[in-house]
Design a protein around this ligand. Structure first.
Ligand code: TYD
Ligand code: MG
Length: 456
């Protein structure tokens, strides 16, 4: 047998490309300063690529290909099922990413403990078995068919798989696993890539779904190379604000379903709870009419919901006015303020503006522009927006209100939650279904019109 040789290779942390020497710019993806040095062993023990080992396939006409009957393992949590596109597909490799402490392990454990029909192997490289047991107790579930093993060596994991023959495999987290075939440390580009490729080959060969848990770096991308995202079949991201209890699960990539689906959870003392009706938790339901509060109708993924927006406008105490935003894009706020100043004639240049989206959600639906503007104006003139009013509309640079997507669904959601009036862009309803009864629709095309509708 040829002797293993150890040598240095440089890997791009962005795309995973490898190069025999350091380069300032990745030759593959063109990013600067992303090449890192890693020790790799060259020689016979490096595993071949999972695709190459499959042999040659014959080209076939689309109509000749038999549709594969892909049975899905239905997850106990309806929200998770929705995001997965109807359950975990046999032989798929799914990556669940999120910041540390957001609840990834909780989400997975909670679901797996309720599956009785399959043997589950949960490989933990981060927590001890007793820690996991404590969590299971907290969630209030036990299971006889969910097996836990604390292991970080890929080869040992495969030995456990051989022994247990699981129906579902979970690896928590991919950054803690290392293969003996490579010299570099766990979490390095080459290790993450190698381990993911071997687990992919296992999933495809046996039809066992494999769920990988992965960390996210500070800037929000998945730690380890981007190449991980290319290898797996689906990438789910678990996100939310740690200050708040709400968590959003969304699919960034899904080969077996839509990426516009979204699941909402709430972290409680006994694990994660599904939130079937997000609007109800995002509204304060206060009886008092307060200025500076408006209700926007947003669509996240495929789901419409109502969200409360709060603004506070006050005279600047210092020379430079402050603009402070939570949950909304601050550049977008500056743009909206400039539109108000230039096109509508409100003098806000010497005012502090604070904006807050209730519930700690981060939204980037442009249809919330109108609600943001109305909250600011309401605080500025110190007049409350009438109870029962909500709105959706994008603001253009000339102060015009532009049409938004999914208008019928927004109106239906508003009506369902007992709103009596909705302000929408003029012409947006054309061709849409007839609106539900009990809600008055106000069509506007300029910010002034919306303002007159609310405060006249
Ligand atoms: P965890 O699943 O360990 O996060 P991750 O795997 O993404 O790092 O979740 C950890 C957090 O969740 C922790 O800060 C405590 C909180 N938590 C609860 O609030 N209630 C619970 O029932 C559980 C199990 C966790
Ligand atoms: Mg964890």
């Amino acid at each position: 047998m040829a002797k293993k040789q150890i040598k240095s290779m440089w890997f791009c942390t962005d795309c995973g490309a490898e190069s025999p020497k350091w380069e300032g710019r990745c030759p593959s993806c063109g990013q600067w300063n992303t090449m890192v040095e890693e020790k790799v062993a060259t020689g016979p023990s490096r595993s071949p690529s999972p695709i190459a080992s499959r042999g040659r396939d014959k080209a076939r006409a689309v109509n000749d290909i038999q549709p594969l009957d892909q049975p899905r393992v239905v997850m106990p949590s309806a929200e998770l099922n929705r995001v997965l596109g109807g359950g975990l597909v046999a032989g798929s490799l799914v990556l669940l990413g999120g910041e540390p402490g957001i609840g990834k392990s909780t989400l997975v454990l909670q679901n797996l403990l309720s599956i009785k029909s399959k043997t589950i192997l949960y490989v933990s490289g981060e927590e001890s078995a007793t820690q996991l047991k404590l969590r299971a107790d907290r969630i209030g579930r036990g299971s006889d068919n969910c097996f836990i093993v604390c292991e970080t060596s890929l080869e040992n994991i495969f030995a456990h798989i051989e022994e247990l023959q699981p129906g579902i495999l979970v690896v928590d987290s991919i950054q803690t696993i290392a293969s003996d075939a490579l010299e570099s440390a766990a979490g390095s580009v080459s290790q993450v890539r190698e381990c993911a490729a071997r687990l992919l080959a296992y999933a495809k060969a046996t039809g066992v779904p494999v769920l990988l848990i992965g960390h996210i770096t500070k800037d929000g991308s998945l730690a380890g190379p981007k190449v991980l995202e290319h290898i797996v079949d689906a990438v789910l991201q678990f996100e939310g604000d740690r200050q708040y209890m709400y968590r959003i699960l969304r699919a960034i990539k899904n080969r077996f379903g839509s990426t516009s689906e979204l699941g909402i959870y709430e972290m409680g003392r006994r694990g994660l709870r599904e939130v079937a009706n997000p609007s109800e938790m995002l509204m304060s339901h206060s009886d008092e009419e307060l200025s500076g509060v408006s209700v926007g109708v947003t669509v996240e993924g495929n789901r419409p919901f109502l969200i409360e927006i709060q603004a506070l406008v006050s005279t600047a105490a210092y020379g430079t006015p402050q603009r402070s935003v939570t949950g909304f894009d601050s550049r977008r706020l500056n743009m909206l303020l400039a539109v108000l100043e230039k096109r509508v004639g409100f003098k806000l240049a010497q005012k502090d503006v604070f904006l807050n989206i209730a519930g700690g959600l981060k939204v980037n639906d442009p249809a919330l522009d109108l609600a943001v503007i109305c909250a600011i104006l309401s605080s500025n003139v110190d007049m409350p927006v009438g109870r029962g009013f909500c709105m959706a509309g994008e603001i253009g640079l000339t102060g015009e209100i532009r049409p938004v997507t999914h208008i019928s669904r927004r109106i239906a959601e508003a009506a369902k939650l007992g709103m009596t009036d909705i302000i929408i862009p003029r012409g947006n309803l054309k061709g849409a279904e007839t609106p539900p009864e009990g809600i008055t629709i106000h069509e506007v095309s300029k910010v002034e019109e919306a303002f007159r509708t609310l405060f006249a």
